[in-house]
Design a protein around this ligand. Structure first.
Ligand code: INI
Length: 155
């Protein structure tokens, strides 16, 4: 018989680290609210959520790596906002943070979730931070819950 595994979204007895970028904090504060609210609604205790602020999206991977290596967390959620606007750094910042965050998960085996909004405009970022197109922080928290529970089943 085929056995099929899928993580549930129950947050009891799960510990999460959230790394959040201060750059574009107008947006990232909303992503953080969305992520925390989602975890708590799914049963994670406030005391089991630790939040770490970093300067920008480029600092998310190294901080997530540090957390992943201390093995306290069932999942790590990285939150940031990279908005093209006028900045020539957009492509560099967005690709380095995406590659780095993915690398943390691959190297440590701890689900490390990419919750970085990359948009052309501030308005598009607002849309993804709790306005018209949902909240990427909350979506990332759901992904972290599902992956943390799936990995329990694989154990
Ligand atoms: N960091 C962001 O999180 N978002 C951005 O849009 C951004 N831009 O546009 O430059 C950004 N830059 C800072 C970067 O993440 C680092 O903090 C900085 O380069 C120091 O390492």
């Amino acid at each position: 018989m085929v056995k099929s595994f899928e993580g549930n979204l129950i947050g009891n007895n799960k510990t999460f680290g959230i790394v959040v970028s201060r750059f574009n904090s107008f947006i990232t504060k909303r992503l953080l609210e969305g992520a925390q609210d989602c975890l708590i609604r799914h049963g994670t205790k406030e005391d089991d959520i630790d939040v770490f602020w970093v300067p920008g999206a480029c600092e998310l991977p190294i901080t997530a790596m540090r957390l992943a290596k201390n093995s306290k967390y069932n999942g790590i959620i990285c939150l940031g906002a990279v908005i093209r606007g006028e900045t020539p750094h957009f492509d560099y910042v967005s690709s380095e943070s995406a590659k780095g965050i993915s690398e943390v998960g691959l190297q440590t085996g701890i689900p490390t979730i990419y919750g970085v909004i990359t948009t052309e405009t501030l308005e598009q970022a607002i849309d993804r931070a709790g306005a018209r197109v949902g909240n990427k922080g909350a979506e990332s928290a759901l992904t972290a819950l599902e992956m943390a529970n799936l990995f329990d089943e694989i154990k």
